[in-house]
Design a protein around this ligand. Structure first.
Ligand SMILES: *Cc1c(COP(=O)(O)O)cnc(C)c1O
Ligand code: SF4
Length: 464
């Protein structure tokens, strides 16, 4: 008779610890950043050396602001038919064009239909979809909640200050397409020019509201502020005793990271404001806006490293965009790569209801699913919160926290007890995510009313 088998753990000490398989290389992909003169594959930038490409003034000067110029730059590279598609798309766009050479070179022009940067910056006629029937410009009511032009005071203790209305690039999906950029064929903008008097009125308002502790300086974009303006705004806000925190918001690092490396006066001005804040025990940080891992290159790593060495905290806010970061793999890679370059993923916004970009939106269901899959892949403090900025001025709401969500009609309903108590805020998934039956219902105004009322009454029953 053989003796009974020994317990497996005692017999094999190696089994006393959980054994992990070696990682596959895809798990480390976030560390593989583009290096070398990768921009030279674009014929127009073939002769551009590293020093020139890293020069922020060259990037700004060489940014493309005309469709014809873009066409010249890329026509040798793209598949047939693409140029006509692009020109058709640009004609119908609510945003004007501005793209840096850095961005142009990031795009894989041989496969422009799927490229995440192309999707974000260049509309194609063949991909445009009709707007959702419930959509309006300034869907966030930023203008309604503005006590002074360019200052939105919606939340109890924080306000959004828009010192100007230009950006280093113009993004198709911009929530502020009501103000940002030049007027286009489609939209005439509300203009927010740098203006001492308007800025002074904003500071006066902030100083008059002792509850305001936290100021977001957005825009427009802090990259467009001259070094002297960064310091002026920083000093003016630091001088207000009740202001404890401020954030300079800029898309810049995602679209022109070299400015951090070569615009010393700008970086030094920001650093001085951060250091002055630190002495006053006030928190001054940078908020930025990467949407896809491809935007983070070796240049970005150097730039973010320089901010990190100077003790400048950087947080990231992304927009969830179809074809850009709406898969578990692409969002996971973005989150890991942000962590790798010392940027904290802070928010992922479910796409706001903005005109002319219905093809870019995804559903609340997608956001909830991706959040669930991304949570756990890295440190909790490097895991973004997925939010819906409730149309109608409800503010940011955790995407999971709807009072009611009908995945068939795509209507979700949020409440915002701390911001607008007692009100309900519906958000609408894009119609292209719904069944053809539901899409047909949305074509009928009577049915629209039924769907919205039904969701609101169910939410009313649940909201506390
Ligand atoms: C997003 C936003 C803020 C800042 O909100 P946080 O959740 O603290 O990042 C402040 N004011 C307005 C109007 C905003 O849209
Ligand atoms: S950088 Fe920001 S504010 Fe400017 S166009 Fe893009 S999304 Fe809008």
């Amino acid at each position: 008779m053989s003796s009974p088998p020994l317990p497996i753990l005692a017999r094999d000490p190696a089994h006393q610890v959980a054994r992990r398989q070696p990682v596959e290389s895809v798990a480390l992909e976030h560390r593989e950043l583009r290096l070398g003169p990768w921009w030279q594959k674009i014929p127009a930038y073939k002769a551009v050396d590293e020093a020139t490409f890293l020069d922020h003034a060259w990037q700004a000067r060489s940014s493309i602001t005309k469709v014809s110029r873009l066409v010249e730059t890329i026509q040798e590279l793209v598949p047939p038919g693409f140029i006509a598609d692009l020109e058709g798309g640009m004609k119908r766009a609510p945003m004007s064009v501005r793209v840096s050479p850095y961005l142009v070179a990031l795009i894989d022009w041989e496969h422009p239909y799927e490229d995440p940067e192309r999707i974000q910056f260049f509309p194609l006629a063949s991909r445009l979809l009709a707007d959702h029937p419930k959509l309006g410009l300034d869907s966030l009511h930023e203008q309604v909640d503005a006590p002074v032009p360019g200052l939105t005071h919606r939340y109890p203790d924080k306000a959004l200050f828009l010192p100007l209305d230009t950006c280093p690039v113009y993004c198709r999906f911009c929530t502020r397409s009501y103000a940002i950029g030049l007027d286009t064929d489609e939209v005439e903008k509300v203009h927010l020019r740098p203006n001492d008097d308007r800025w002074r009125r904003a500071y006066q308002y902030i100083a008059s509201r002792p509850e305001l502790e936290d100021i977001v300086i957005s825009g427009g974009d802090a990259y467009q502020l001259r070094a002297q303006h960064i310091e002026e705004i920083g000093e003016a806000l630091l001088a207000i005793p009740s202001v404890r925190r401020m954030r300079f918001a800029t898309k810049g690092p995602a679209v022109m990271p070299m400015k951090i490396l070569t615009d010393d006066p700008w970086l030094d001005a920001l650093t001085r404001v951060v250091e002055k804040g630190r002495k006053l025990r006030k928190d001054v940080v940078l908020h930025t806006h990467f949407n896809n891992a491809a935007e983070i290159t070796g240049i970005t790593e150097d730039a973010m490293g320089r901010l990190f060495e100077r003790g400048i905290v950087v947080r990231n806010q992304s927009v969830l965009i179809r074809g850009v970061n709406d898969s578990v793999a692409s969002m996971g890679l973005l989150v890991k790569r942000l962590g790798h370059v010392n940027v904290h993923p802070y928010y992922v916004y479910v796409h706001d209801m903005v005109r002319g970009v219905e093809d870019l939106r995804t559903s609340v269901d997608t956001a909830v699913f991706i959040e669930k899959s991304v949570r756990g892949i890295t440190a909790g403090y490097n895991t973004p919160t997925f939010v819906v900025d409730a149309p109608g001025g409800g503010g940011k709401r955790d995407a999971h926290s709807f009072e009611y969500y009908d995945r068939d009609t795509g209507v979700s309903v949020y409440s915002a007890p701390s911001v607008k108590p007692g009100q309900l805020f519906p958000y609408f998934d894009p119609l292209h995510q719904l069944s053809t039956h539901q899409q047909r219902r949305w074509a009928d105004p009577g049915e629209q009313r039924v769907m919205v009322e039904d969701a609101l009454s169910k939410a009313r029953g649940r909201a506390r």
